[in-house]
Every structure is written in structure tokens, then in C-alpha cells.
Ligand binder design. Structure first.
Ligand code: ALA
Length: 507
């Protein structure tokens, strides 16, 4: 074999005689999943601190650095703080559900794997397909947010990137002299994804170390933002707290608060990325809940503080910009801090992409191992021990999407897709408590079914807050996924049968 080993090809060959479709609702047993975990070729190098950092790395990103301004100025006004609390509560409930699964099924693949264990293959596929929106597409979204701060910082340094190469095709870019040009391709966004992909191919140990440093930088800058700007908060900026509705759903008033929650939900996405690294955790049963809930709690506190201060130092009407935190700090007169925010956003959003893409390749790894995706998505590099082919393919697609698509379209699609996954995970906890009450649960979601029901309801409410076009895009995406499932994945799936075969062979 060459310097790389295509691990699952051999499994596929072994399975061809068994390739007869089984029920759409075939489930994997937890024992099978644990066996898979033990057979994993991924390196177990992550402890609780690394995992929490992984979560924070994935959570803090374009949401707080970019969408805060858009959501406040177009949907919620100062009441964006309420939107963020609604989102945080929904995420906390969903996070408790994720933690139960992640400790019980410590296998790479996150909600995809949980669905395979609880409701069966077709739902697992739907969730796995839906999670592409959460991870791959959110990496594209963050890349576009990164590009905004990068271009702005380069401008401050006197470096001009041709404007048509900083925006997606057809988007209008206004120049300093007031004239406009049409965007062609967001080149910085596309290139940064290539860089992240290269790091991920080299390996998780280096990537996790890099991530921890970047996470520290972006968290501290947000904390300094709050500390420096808090004394400049003015009551008039926060009044009226809920601006009156402008006549249609989502434009201020209470519906605006809900839309704000739907948009800002993006800012919380990422804590579940911890669960996708389960096979790389040294002690997943203990550390998965710590990583998931710890990172969510830390980010929630930081976010609420940042939003309160931001909306108190500047009128929400001025915040429909690509760099709202920098605009806010400029309004206080502390202009020296503005470049610090931009640099931290540049490094910070980089770490967000790192974790999201890592998570996406690990989900593909699981789906490939189960036969739902081609074996090349499970190919592990012999030296780096990373799913290198998957990373290269995924990185290319994410890069092209970042270059071509606008940030609001990407962000809302990511939010709705992830909210759907959260709803399904919440329901999954209730189902599995009924169908497998005896199973060992190192972490138990408290007050079941109340917590999962509240989690599902709050996530659904945020989905309702999002525009109808976003719903239509989600439905199209899911339909495409089902076509692929019935045309390819269903016939090729061998995860469950493989587990059975192994058991038979071993006994
Ligand atoms: N929560 C991540 C962000 O805000 C996706 O960029």
C-alpha cells in the first residue's frame, strides 16, 4: 500500500455479498457503536481543556463579531439582548441533550450517530445531510465574515484589495468615493478556507494546540471590549428597549425579537462540535459533557455582556455594518482598540473555521464508515492520521461557496439547518429513554422530558422566526439529500450489517 491507507475500502469489499437493503429504520446498537469507537484509528489526544477550547473555538465567531450588528439594526434593536437570551436558553437545553448522547455514544459523528442509535438509518442520513449545513456551510459563512474584517484591516494599513474580488458575484460594493462596483468572487474568503484545510490535513494535535491559542485571543478581546466600553453605556441608546414593529413580521417589536433570536442563534452554533471529536477524546464519558456545557456557558456569559455593552454605547441604527464591534468602540472614542478588535476577529474567526471543518470531516468519516458515503471519506492518512481526502474535498466545496455566496443567505441557512438538528436531538433523548431505559448513561439530561421538550420548542420557535425563503432552501436541501440517499447511500449502507458480521465472525 502507498503512504496512505484507504481503510474502509476493504470493509466495503467484505460487505458486498451482504449489500441487500435492510429496513429504513435499521438502528445501530450502542454495543456496536462502542466497538467502532475502540477500532477507531483517530488519535486520542484531547482532554477536558482542549475540548472546552474546541467548543469555544467553534462558538465565538461571525455571530458575535458580525451578525450582532445586522440583527440589532434590522430586527430587534436593543432587545437583541433578549433574543440572545432566548437563543442561549434553547441551546442550553439542547446542549444538555447533546451531552447525554455524547457521553453515552462517544463516537465521532455527533447527532448523526445518535440518530442511527435511536431512530434509524434514514433519520441518521437526514441529520447527517442536515449537519452539512451546520458545519460546512457555517465554515463558508465564517470565512465571509473573516474576509470582511480582513479587508477592513488591510484598508486601515493602506493595502487595497480590488473590491470586485472581495464580494460574491453580483453583490454591490460601495467604494470610498461613493461609486459602486459589482462583486465577482470573494477571494480572501475562499483562500482562508484553503489555509484552514491545509492545517487540518497536517493533524489534530497541531490543530487543537493552535486552536487553544486562538480561542484565548478572541475570548480575551471580547472581555476587554466589555471592560473598556462599559462605562460609556448611555441609557438613551437602550430606549425604547423594544422598538415598535414596522408593519411586517420580524421588523422590530416582539416578532423582531424572535427573528433576532433566529439570526443570533448562529452565534451559539458550535458547542456540539465537541461531540464530533468524541473518538479523539482521552476520556469521552467524563469530558464530553464538560466540553459541551462548559464552552456554551462561557460563551453565553461573554455574549450577553458584549451585546448589552455594544447596544448601550451606540445606537442600534448605526450597526448595519460588517464590523459592528469596531464601530461601537469608535463611538466611545477608544479608537486605539479598534485595530485590536479587527486583528482578534481575523485570528478568532480563523479558529472557528478550524473547528467547524474538523467537525465536518469527522461526521463524513462516520457516514463513510457506515457506507452512506463513499469510502474515500473514511480514508486516513498513514502519517498524519487525519481524514485527509475528506478534508481536501470538503475544503474545496466550502471554499467555492465562501467565494460565491452572500453572508446573510449562508448564515440563515446554517441557522435553520442546525435548529432542525437540535430539535431532532432533543426528541431523540426522549425516545431513547423509552426504548433503552436500561442503557448506561454517564451523563443524564435533567428533568426529562421537560428539558428536551423545552429545547425542541424554543428551537422550533427560532426556526419560525426565520424568513420563508430560508425554509424553502432548507426543504430543497433535504430533498436533494433524500434523492442521494435512495440513489446511493441506502444501497451501499453496511454499518449495521458490518457490526453484525463482526460479531458473528468473532463468536
Ligand atoms: N457560532 C459560530 C459563529 O458565530 C458559528 O461564527
Amino acid at each position: 500500500m502507498s503512504s496512505v491507507s484507504v481503510v474502509y475500502k476493504s470493509l466495503a469489499t467484505r460487505h458486498s455479498p451482504l449489500a441487500t437493503p435492510v429496513s429504513l429504520f435499521t438502528r445501530k446498537s450502542l454495543a456496536d457503536l462502542r466497538q467502532e469507537s475502540e477500532r477507531s484509528l483517530l488519535l486520542r489526544s484531547l482532554g477536558p481543556l482542549h475540548l472546552t477550547a474546541l467548543g469555544i473555538g467553534s462558538i465565538i465567531g461571525t455571530g458575535i463579531f458580525v451578525f450582532t450588528g445586522v440583527a440589532a439594526s434590522t430586527a430587534a434593536g436593543p432587545a437583541l439582548v433578549l433574543s440572545m437570551i432566548i437563543s442561549a436558553v434553547g441551546c442550553a437545553f439542547a446542549g444538555l441533550c447533546y451531552a447525554e448522547f455524547a457521553a453515552m455514544v462517544p463516537v465521532a459523528g455527533s447527532a448523526y450517530t445518535y440518530a442511527y442509535a435511536t431512530v434509524g438509518e434514514i433519520f441518521a442520513w437526514i441529520i447527517g445531510w442536515d449537519l452539512i449545513l451546520e458545519y460546512a456551510l457555517s465554515a463558508s459563512t465564517v470565512a465571509v465574515g473573516w474576509s470582511g474584517y480582513f479587508v477592513s484591516f488591510c484598508r486601515d494599513l493602506g493595502l487595497t484589495i480590488p473590491p470586485a474580488l472581495t464580494a460574491p458575484r453580483g453583490a454591490l460594493v460601495t467604494l470610498a468615493n461613493g461609486s459602486t462596483v459589482h462583486g465577482i468572487f470573494n477571494l480572501p474568503a475562499a483562500l482562508v478556507v484553503v489555509l484552514v484545510s491545509a492545517l487540518l490535513v497536517i493533524g489534530i494535535r497541531q490543530s487543537a494546540g493552535t486552536n487553544t491559542v486562538l480561542v484565548l485571543i478572541k475570548s480575551l478581546v471580547l472581555v476587554f471590549f466589555v471592560a473598556l466600553a462599559a462605562s460609556y453605556v448611555r441609557r438613551e441608546n437602550l430606549t425604547p428597549f423594544i422598538p415598535p414593529n414596522e408593519g411586517h413580521f420580524g421588523a422590530f417589536g416582539w416578532s423582531g425579537v424572535l427573528r433576532g433570536a433566529g439570526i443570533m442563534f448562529f452565534a451559539y452554533i458550535g458547542f456540539d462540535a465537541v461531540s464530533t471529536a468524541a473518538q479523539e477524546a482521552k476520556n469521552p464519558q467524563r469530558d464530553m459533557p464538560i466540553g459541551i456545557l462548559g464552552s456554551l456557558a462561557i460563551c453565553t456569559v461573554i455574549y450577553i455582556a458584549v451585546a448589552t455593552v455594544l447596544l448601550g454605547i451606540v445606537s442600534y441604527k448605526q450597526l448595519n455594518v460588517a464590523d459592528p464591534l469596531a464601530v461601537g468602540i469608535d463611538a466611545t472614542g477608544l479608537r486605539w482598540f479598534s485595530p485590536v478588535i479587527k486583528i482578534s476577529a481575523i485570528f478568532g474567526l480563523f479558529s472557528t473555521m478550524l473547528v467547524q471543518m474538523l467537525a465536518q470531516t469527522r461526521i463524513f468519516y462516520s457516514m463513510s464508515r457506515d457506507g452512506l458515503l463513499p469510502p474515500l471519506f473514511g480514508a486516513i492518512h498513514q502519517r498524519f492520521r487525519t481524514p485527509y481526502l475528506s478534508t481536501i474535498i470538503t475544503g474545496t466545496i466550502i471554499s467555492v461557496a465562501a467565494g460565491l455566496l452572500p453572508i446573510d443567505l449562508l448564515g440563515q441557512l446554517v441557522s435553520i439547518g442546525t435548529l432542525l438538528a437540535f430539535v431532532l436531538v432533543c426528541i431523540g433523548v426522549i425516545l431513547l429513554r423509552r426504548t433503552g431505559p436500561e442503557l448506561e448513561r454517564p451523563f443524564r439530561t435533567p428533568w426529562v422530558p421537560l428539558v428536551p421538550i423545552l429545547g425542541a420548542v424554543i428551537c422550533l420557535a427560532q426556526m419560525v422566526g426565520l424568513p420563508i425563503q430560508t425554509w424553502i432552501r432548507l426543504l430543497i436541501w433535504l430533498t436533494v439529500g433524500l434523492v442521494i440517499y435512495f440513489a446511493y447511500s441506502r444501497r451501499k449502507a453496511y454499518g449495521v450489517r458490518f457490526a453484525r458480521l463482526t460479531t458473528e465472525t468473532e463468536s
